[in-house]
Design a protein around this ligand. Sequence first.
Ligand SMILES: [Zn+2]
Length: 487
Amino acid sequence: MMQSRPANSRLPAPRASAPVAKAAIPAPLPKPVVPAAPRELGWLPDCVFTGEKFESGVAFFADAQGRIARFSREEKDLAMARRLSGQAVLPGLVNAHSHAWHRVARGRAETRSRVANDPRAPWHEALARATERLTDEEIFDTARMVFLEMLAAGITCVGDFHELHRAAAASAEPNRVAQEILRAAHEVGIRISLFSVANANTGPARTQSGATDAFLRDTEALRLWMEKNFPADEAWLGLAINGLGAVSADELKTIAAYAHAQRMRLHVPVAEAAADVEAWTAAHQRTPVAWLAERGLVDKRFAAIGAAHLTDDEIKTLGTARAAVIACPTSARNLGLGLAPIEKLLASGATVALGSDAQVQIDLLEDARLLDYALRTSRGSRAALAPEVANMLFHAATVAGARALGATGGALEVGRPADFFTVNLFDLSIAGAEHGALLANVVFSLERRAIREVWIGGRQLVVNGRHLQQGPIVGRFVEAQRRLWAS
Ligand SMILES: [Zn+2]
């Protein structure tokens, strides 16, 4: 995908437009320069994960569009491919649920709440400060930083909740902040499914999504802008509702109808806290998933985020619909939330994917291993979710995430994008693992330091563990943090 652009290409900043009554669509960006007759790219690592297992003596090649064209064991192909000595190749990880801007609040809410009955007050206070102070450019700096950290952790595709709807200046183009986030993803080189989030109109002013018709009009304008400016597999739009109480039943119906018409993914945080589920069920005489299913929302494009407190009937409903559940274990343990009943969900046929959510830690392999550790802790034994537990957990971090986002990656197969990361087989955390034990070593023990190269669409973005633009991106974020937290 991005392979055809110059390495340091940068989208022009969105124009500072005059006040607009309707959602304005900025002029299209210049078309990328396509180099003449690009040659085929090939790689030969010590071993490559081809879906079920690692294989040696295999080179793989990408075409000019950055898609995997073929695998080969032919002598001449092995000689032609770029040798990745001492390294194993794995498909890029897919982070199915993220709030990029929450990165600013890392380490700012690790104190006991002074507000009675609200243990999460410090977290909400930190985010409220960010919504008041961050400029649009600082949101861009933050998004670039968080996407860079994802790339360095082997993540090549992210689903990001866009909920800072209003630009710092009230007169700015309605989709300005969304465009900043997309510009950040493009610069860093990560694929992004941006979720336009319908939010309650009671929280901080910048997070309010406004009247539903205006929200959908802006969303449609954003969809068209994205279609003009990005390849469909680099950046695409989804819809989200920030919890069941965020919008009325009628508004929900209108939003869901738009999502269905556009065949978009619809993501909704559901049943994250037990008290919320009890209150909802008492008020509506329906569990949250039953209530959503009655309105026709639960299908294969639906994802429940969190979903820690589900009844057996709700699990069955999600499984029968082949819907997704996105668990965010590192974030949940930081926020004091529970984990979804993964074993039952998998048995029911639901897709289980992973997300970094509040960005307290960006390590999708840690999220993966926590799924199984939660089960072991609750049973007090060395139980495992599946006989091939490492494969199952890695599937959640790759294939399942891609399915939950409608992404093209998730596996190294002919026709899919050449999105992958390499690990140093001599890193202290995994050294000595032969093929049969390598995936379990990666899933349960890999430290981020071992990730050496990251390629997306056949374009290298991380070299020797560092992103190509790491210095300036980190520098700009450090300055933004200094301003945000200065008293
Ligand atoms: Zn979230």
